[in-house]
Ligand binder design. Structure first.
Ligand code: PEP
Length: 252
């Protein structure tokens, strides 16, 4: 068995309903057959229509960008993992730095969300990554270790096998500043060694670890070429079909 390569697009809070339909149509038209798993993480309102548009296309999957930690109840405005699963999604992003920063999501809450996702049969794409001040202080490895351990290391081996990790240095998200291929490789290797300590070398070797932060068609190949980088989580460039598909093609 070898680990899965993946490119996931995070649309964030972009595209109205029709624009979302058009974007998916353009992506589907351009996508070549590939072994890379391609995941479209859309706003909730798009999930149903995107599910219908991609249902016959192998290697194209659907994901949400957030979920609630409780199974159901009086949580006005929130969306449960079972609801997300019921419209045909297989993935959910958990712990994106924008949710940590703007919505106060902390490690304890994220651990609950990861468990809720897994209980509903969704695979978490768990995001971790340091702010610029942490990178400047040189303590990024400790911070990322804390994030990963707190949210993921209470999981059983079976549960952990469903998790995808995305390393996203906060200073590189939406800024046009990418981590160098060496910085990405160093952190991915560190994360893989944490997994090896907790779940064994074989599981570490099989875990998909994505890089996210200003990945574009022009820099994707070099970053994805690093031995511990298994693809990317793509924000801005996932909103343009040509760019997104070019990034997917960088994994071929
Ligand atoms: C993201 O939001 O996960 C992301 C990586 O954004 P961008 O590619 O725009 O930096």
């Amino acid at each position: 068995m070898s680990r899965t390569t993946m490119v996931a697009g995070n649309w964030k809070m972009n595209k109205n309903y029709q624009e979302g339909r058009d974007l998916v149509k353009s992506i589907v038209e351009r996508l070549q057959p590939t072994d890379t798993k391609v995941v479209l993480c859309t706003p909730f309102v798009h999930l149903n229509s995107v599910a219908a548009s991609i249902k016959d296309i192998s290697n194209l999957y659907l994901g949400a960008q957030n979920c609630h930690q409780e199974a159901s109840g009086a949580y006005t405005g929130e969306i449960s993992t079972a609801m997300i699963k019921s419209v045909g999604a297989d993935y959910v992003i958990i712990g994106h730095s924008e949710r940590r920063k703007y919505f106060g999501e902390d490690d304890a809450l994220l651990a609950q969300k990861v468990k809720a996702a897994l209980e509903s049969g969704l695979k978490p794409i768990f995001c971790c990554g340091e702010e610029l001040s942490v990178r400047e202080a040189g303590t990024q490895n400790d911070l990322v270790a804390e994030q990963v351990k707190a949210a993921l290391f209470d999981l059983s081996e079976e549960q952990f096998a469903e998790v995808v990790i995305a390393y996203e240095p906060v200073w590189a998200i939406g800024t046009g500043k990418t981590a160098s291929p060496e910085q990405a490789q160093e952190m991915h290797k560190h994360i893989r060694s944490l997994i090896a300590d907790q779940y064994g070398a074989e599981r570490a070797d099989l875990t998909t670890i994505l890089y996210g932060g200003s990945v574009k068609p022009k820099n994707a190949k070099e970053i994805f070429g690093q031995p511990d980088v298994d693809g990317g989580l793509i924000g801005g460039a996932s909103l343009k079909a040509d760019d997104f598909v070019a990034i997917v093609d960088s994994t071929l």
